[in-house]
Design a protein around this ligand. Structure first.
Ligand code: MEV
Length: 399
């Protein structure tokens, strides 16, 4: 994807078509075609379709494998920053990933059920077998329910149903399993409350680690990361920078980014104080960055199977399994975080961000297509002279 970012829109599309071996129909899906047919059935009261740009971040070599990263996002500079940092990491280092655990969790609440813990635990094996019998779908794909546990919460109790959902995110599946088990438990004379998936996916952890050869300027990055460890105001922004990479990829592949966000923030606060999700150190001339997050994604079922562009996004990525997608997500989160920290500790974020944002400002000021080039150049000039740029300045220049 050499010089991909410098190509005009149509040439860029042609390069992607060739590189990912996409059909004409798949290229049309990337333009939003076909989604209008399913959108009215996805949610109630549909009145339209809200579009966002879909871009490809380049230069990402993760676990030694080159990946083109589809990203759906509106914020300027995210894709450019990721591509540039991925290029730098590939030149001076490596990024590797791993997955730890494969289980999702469903919960059945037992209000005032502490006294039922013992009897339910004695039926655990039978309840697991029953779950796989009434909901065989996970087991058919080399997964299935593997454990039934009971936790006491004061006078309450909660049953945890642990399952391997294979390549599905599995939220609807595990919730159905919990509902079926709740009916079974109720038939034993035990009062049951709500049954639902837990989005705290701490039984599926994904790690990304990068090692980049760097001079002493690495220390500024480490100091910035330490700042995030000491201050929640900074930690939230630090983690937002990680989400800047992960969420666009989750959206592009039709995954539930709200679930992933909820899990990541809970994980960030697991020690009792909200912490950055990534850490940095410096060893023997190398900056070492590490990110660890809970992530349960799907490459089958749900929106991944329905949205025509999501299917193409998975093809562009070249992933077969959900665990592979999770690993790429973690790597992208770490690269995006590193991109932000590099910018913040060198030129500052505004330079790169606002340079691209100048285009948005020109559009907001009402520039017509033939006025864009002139206006954006003028705004870049202003930036070079360290002047703040705004919509009112753009309107003045336009006048
Ligand atoms: C902006 O969208 C994200 C950053 O604020 C992240 C960070 O400060 O680390 C640049």
């Amino acid at each position: 994807m050499h010089n991909f970012h410098k190509l005009p829109f149509r040439d860029r599309q042609a390069m992607l078509k060739q590189s990912a071996q996409l059909s004409d129909e798949e290229m049309q899906a990337l333009q939003g075609e076909g989604f209008d047919k399913i959108a009215p059935f996805l949610i109630e009261n549909t009145v339209g379709i809200f579009s966002l740009p879909l871009a490809i971040a380049t230069n990402c070599v993760i676990d030694g494998c080159s990946r083109n990263i589809p990203m759906v996002v509106e914020e300027s500079s995210i894709v450019a920053a990721l591509s540039a940092t991925a290029k730098w990491v590939h030149r001076f280092g490596t990024i590797t990933t791993s997955v730890h655990g494969e289980l999702i969790v469903g919960q059945i609440h037992l209000p005032n059920g502490a006294g039922s813990k013992g009897v339910l635990e004695s039926h655990a094996d039978a309840l697991v077998a029953y779950a796989n019998e009434v909901y065989p779908s996970f087991a058919r794909h080399n997964g299935g329910v593997v454990a039934f546990q009971v936790r006491q919460l004061g006078v309450h109790a909660v049953c945890h149903v642990l399952a391997n959902s294979a390549d599905a995110m599995g939220a609807n599946g595990i919730t159905q399993i919990c509902e079926l088990l709740a009916a079974r438990i109720a038939s034993m004379g035990i009062h049951t409350g709500i049954s639902i998936v837990s989005n705290y996916t701490d039984q599926k952890i994904v790690r990304a680690t990068c090692q980049v050869q760097m001079d002493d300027s690495a220390h500024a990055i480490i100091e910035a990361a330490e700042f995030a460890q000491m201050d929640v105001y900074r930690a939230v922004t630090h983690n937002k920078g990680i989400s800047n990479g992960i969420d666009p990829l989750l959206i592009a592949t039709g995954n539930d980014w709200r679930a992933a966000e909820a899990a990541m923030h809970a994980y960030a606060a697991r020690s009792g104080s909200y912490q950055p999700l990534s850490q940095y150190s410096y060893q023997d001339g190398y900056l070492i960055g590490a990110l660890e997050i809970p992530l349960s994604l799907g490459t089958v079922g749900g929106m991944t199977a329905l949205h025509p562009a999501a299917k193409v996004a998975l093809k562009i990525l070249g992933v077969q399994h959900a665990s592979e997608l999770s690993r790429i997500c973690a790597a992208v989160g770490l690269l995006q975080n590193l991109a932000a920290l590099r910018a913040l500790t060198s030129t500052g974020i505004i330079k790169g961000h606002m340079k691209l944002h100048a285009t948005n400002i020109a559009l907001a000021a009402g520039a017509l297509p033939h006025q864009m080039e002139f206006l954006v150049t003028q705004l870049h000039e202003a930036l070079l002279q360290k002047k703040p740029i705004s919509v009112s300045l753009a309107q003045r220049l336009l006048r």
